[in-house]
Design a protein around this ligand. Structure first.
Ligand SMILES: [Zn+2]
Length: 84
């Protein structure tokens, strides 16, 4: 199967595990060790639909069905217009 990067046209990809941040309506779910294929040239990352579906499902379970996530972090938030 010949895949081509839709950003740069490169055909070489490497398998990688990355951190994925799922965002929905101002809520975040961070998932570590998510498999993806990364373009060796421009670094664009491609995720399989099944992988994204799993993350989306887990997001719902955590936020709507009170599933306890592995752990939680708090994160600082800034507004760019207030930065010096
Ligand atoms: Zn690329």
């Amino acid at each position: 199967m010949d895949k081509i990067c839709s950003f740069c046209g490169n055909k070489n990809f490497r398998d990688k595990l990355v951190q994925y941040i799922y965002r929905c309506e101002g809520r975040f779910l961070v998932v570590n060790n998510v498999p993806c294929e990364e373009c060796e040239y421009c670094g664009e990352q491609y995720f399989m639909a099944e992988v994204l579906r799993k993350i989306e499902k887990d997001f719902c379970e955590v936020y709507y069905y009170s599933k306890k996530s592995k752990y939680e972090v708090s994160l600082p938030v800034e507004d760019f217009t207030e930065l010096l």
